[in-house]
Write a protein that binds this ligand. Sequence first.
Ligand SMILES: *Cc1c(COP(=O)(O)O)cnc(C)c1O
Length: 354
Amino acid sequence: MTESNYSGIIERYRTFLNFPQEAQIVSLMEGNTPLVPLKRLAARIHPELTLYGKFEGSNPTGSFKDRGMTVAVSVAAHEGRQAVMCASTGNTSASAAAYAARAGMRCYVLVPEGKIALGKLSQALVHGARVLEVAGNFDVALSIVREICAEYPIALVNSINPLRLEGQKTAAFEVVDQLGEAPDYHALPVGNAGNITAYWKGYREYFAQGRCHRLPKMLGFQAAGAAPLVIGRPVEYPETVATAIRIGNPASWQGAIAARDESGGWIGAVTDQAILEAYTLLASLEGVFVEPACAAPVAGIMQLATQGYLQFPCVAVVTLTGHGLKDPDVALRRAVTSPLKISATRDAVLRAVE
Ligand SMILES: *Cc1c(COP(=O)(O)O)cnc(C)c1O
């Protein structure tokens, strides 16, 4: 299929998806995201590391959530639902709001009070979603959404809806299509753990169809202040600068553990400081602007390389789950310089740039 007639992940990967043949597709032409070589960053980590970033920030609403949302919202519309609902740390609400708008459906989102990045909140609002700030964290919000959607004819579009994972697994297909083979390692941030579950499903299905001849080791990374999978029990008050993974009781807990164990991989924790350092390195060494959560697996790869866990030479892919513009506050706080105020003269400019 050529780029010019690309029309989204459902059309491209329909034979691999559990998608009703007769349903209309609600798409924003999501997917088909770049696999960006990260050579300067790789060189910093290890001379025999080949590193790529699957840049999901280039999806239409700026995160990988669009892959799952096209499937979930299309099926909800097909089933005659008139509204969708989700709990969200931000990106799910942005994506649900956009796809619901396109489908002519209402969208209700529950977000944790004061903990949602500015870009994401603005997206949900501009697309006309009803945004409810809950005085509680993500896990509380999700349990309320589950109860309501079980009782009312509202489609739940969180990743506990298996249609979301159906869509999200296409990112693994794309990695194989782009590399010509599965990588040795695939690293990603883990919040509610839907995405790591979806990727592992995608790799296994492609492998079963002979599209790749090996499977990657799956590496998942949580923030140290929100690392239930690492400590082995839910975290009641999760805390991290990476708000997209500020989740204390992942809904796809078992899926993440299965991905780790079946692939012979690893799930670890990285500190906020390591996350922010990796965030700055991606931006300054590679020109790749991501939101903080995406830097967790980069920090994780660095940690595993130092600890001697990674076997070199190797090819590793990191999923860069969301765009940096989602969370401009963090970028401004991290910036090494702030704009310099000068007078409007040639000399003042020259003095400032010498
Ligand atoms: C949703 C999200 C995550 C976490 O994905 P899970 O499937 O919940 O583990 C990570 N990064 C970003 C940018 C996200 O939007």
